[in-house]
Design a protein around this ligand. Structure first.
Ligand SMILES: Nc1ncnc2c1ncn2[C@@H]1O[C@H](COP(=O)(O)OP(=O)(O)O)[C@@H](O)[C@H]1O
Ligand SMILES: [Mg+2]
Length: 218
């Protein structure tokens, strides 16, 4: 699913990623941990091409991401952020629908998919709410629905529980794990939380000195 070889990324004089190798198989769930500033968000940004200058190769589905259009690349993946990144002046339905409209999906399909997915994550009845009318955990579930709308085979999540209390963080991770099992979606989840990694044992990559290595803990 993801095949990264000899990845190097510098910001000016600073080398953030240095000869990094990482493989994630189709349908695999993995955590990515590492101290603040170690380059986790940078790695994810390179994967979804928010950052485009780097050395080495990144393949998704055996294709170099530099050889696909950004549109094609983003269609393959759902992305989830710590800060949810919902548009404040749009309703839940509109926020999620945008992700389908970008890829030319028809409104009838979008609407039925959004209703079905909101039901799946326990948010039925909230379609016409605005983000500020939802709790943090509910907002993150809306972001998860948005990430699922285009039926991705890969979800990248950058500290998806970083803004949530412990219990809500647990619920959100439980949901991601269920979706991973039900839909066979590969997931790379950045987290700091030892508690979560212990509660949901999975392969864990540790970012250190510009590289990742597999944690011996699991
Ligand atoms: N756009 C940028 N320009 C310059 N330096 C950056 C930029 N983004 C991140 N960095 C630097 O790269 C390092 C890694 O950052 P980041 O990937 O955000 O780490 P993490 O997500 O692990 O906390 C940090 O030292 C950060 O200051
Ligand atoms: Mg980060």
């Amino acid at each position: 699913m993801i095949h990264i070889e000899n990845l190097t990324k510098c910001y000016g004089e600073q080398t953030v990623l240095c000869d990094l190798n990482l493989h994630i198989a189709p349908g695999e769930f993995a955590f990515l941990q590492g101290r603040s500033g170690s380059g986790k968000s940078t790695l994810l940004k390179l994967l979804y091409r928010e950052e485009e200058q780097y050395g080495g190769t990144i393949k998704i589905d055996s294709i170099l991401i530099s050889e696909m259009s950004k549109h094609e690349l983003r269609r393959k993946m759902g992305i989830i952020f710590q800060s949810f990144e919902l548009l404040e002046r749009k309703t839940v339905l509109e926020n999620v629908a945008l992700a389908g409209e970008v890829f030319g999906k028809g409104w009838a399909d979008i609407e039925s998919d959004v209703y079905r997915l909101l039901q799946r994550v326990g948010l039925n009845g909230k379609e016409h709410h605005f983000p500020h009318q939802l709790s943090g955990g509910e907002q993150q579930r809306v972001a998860i629905v948005r990430a699922l709308l285009n039926k991705p085979k890969l979800i990248l999540a950058d500290e998806p529980t970083g803004n949530l209390d412990t219990e809500t963080a647990f619920d959100v991770l439980h949901l991601l794990k269920e979706l991973h099992v039900e839909e066979g979606i590969a997931m790379l989840v950045v987290t700091h939380s030892e508690q979560l990694m212990q509660a949901f044992p999975a392969k864990t990559w540790v970012m250190e000195d510009g590289r990742v290595h597999e944690s011996a803990r699991v």
